[in-house]
Design a protein around this ligand. Structure first.
Ligand code: C5P
Length: 227
């Protein structure tokens, strides 16, 4: 088999990362969760109080970017890389709804994107990578051999995210999760820099009515034709 680059983009909570992780394992490829990188930068900026519900200090955010060091560290038990922010494991904290509520504001800042896109291109330069995000097939790897674009109805996605957060014991309401999914879709699709949009050559999957196993098998099928 030849090693290729696989870009998986789409709306939030469509099951992208579940499919991407499993695909990477199956192919013995590296998995990169680019959302985790935007989330980690956001967490850093939240701790500095540069972004909150009612404000975002772009100038301060840009000024502090050089102080951020991100890396993934493979966890044998989980079977994927966990996100580290300046040496601290933040894998859990970056998934909190509080971070989800600020991340789209931070990820709309062009300097933030520029820094992370560069790191992502570096991580995927030897191919054999499955990368999931919003702009992988359009901006990070426009030449990716396989591009997948995932969608699902807003309600299916909110339910998915809600179940995930409840499983982890978070105390949140379905309404808040649904609102966050809608807000992020809107902000991610309408920002000026690298908006979420399907690449012309991406294969679209609507996951509304498929279970995890079916989703994965469909993606595996198109992948096998490319390798
Ligand atoms: O994938 P996930 O839902 O964890 O991404 C969190 C947020 O990070 C998205 O809502 C989006 O604002 C941002 N993001 C992005 N570009 C990417 C990946 C994520 O702007 N490639």
């Amino acid at each position: 088999d030849k090693k290729i680059t696989i870009a998986i983009d789409g709306f939030s909570s469509t099951g992208k990362s579940t499919v991407a992780k499993r695909l990477a394992k199956e192919l013995e490829y590296v998995y990169v969760d680019t959302g985790a990188m935007y989330r980690a930068v956001t967490l850093y900026m939240m701790r500095k109080l540069f972004v909150s519900n009612d404000h975002v200090n772009e100038e301060a955010i840009i000024r502090h970017l050089p102080f951020i060091n991100l890396h993934f560290e493979y966890n044998d038990v989980l079977g994927y890389g966990e996100m580290y922010l300046n040496g601290e494991n933040v894998e859990k904290e970056i998934r909190y709804l509080e971070v989800s509520q600020q991340v789209s504001k931070v990820s709309a800042i062009p300097q933030v994107r520029k820094m992370l896109v560069k790191q992502q291109q570096e991580m995927g330069k030897s191919k054999g990578v499955v990368m999931d995000g919003r702009d992988i097939g359009t901006v990070v790897f426009p030449d990716a051999e396989l591009k997948i674009f995932m969608t699902a109805s807003t309600e299916h996605r909110a339910q998915r995210r809600y179940d995930e957060l409840m499983d982890r014991g978070d105390e949140i309401s379905y309404e808040d999760v649904l609102q966050n999914v809608k807000d992020r879709d809107y902000m991610d699709s309408t920002r000026d820099d690298s908006p979420l949009i399907k690449a012309d050559d991406a294969i679209e999957f609507d996951n509304s009515n498929y279970g995890k196993e079916e989703q994965f098998q469909k993606v595996l099928e198109v992948t096998k034709k490319k390798i």
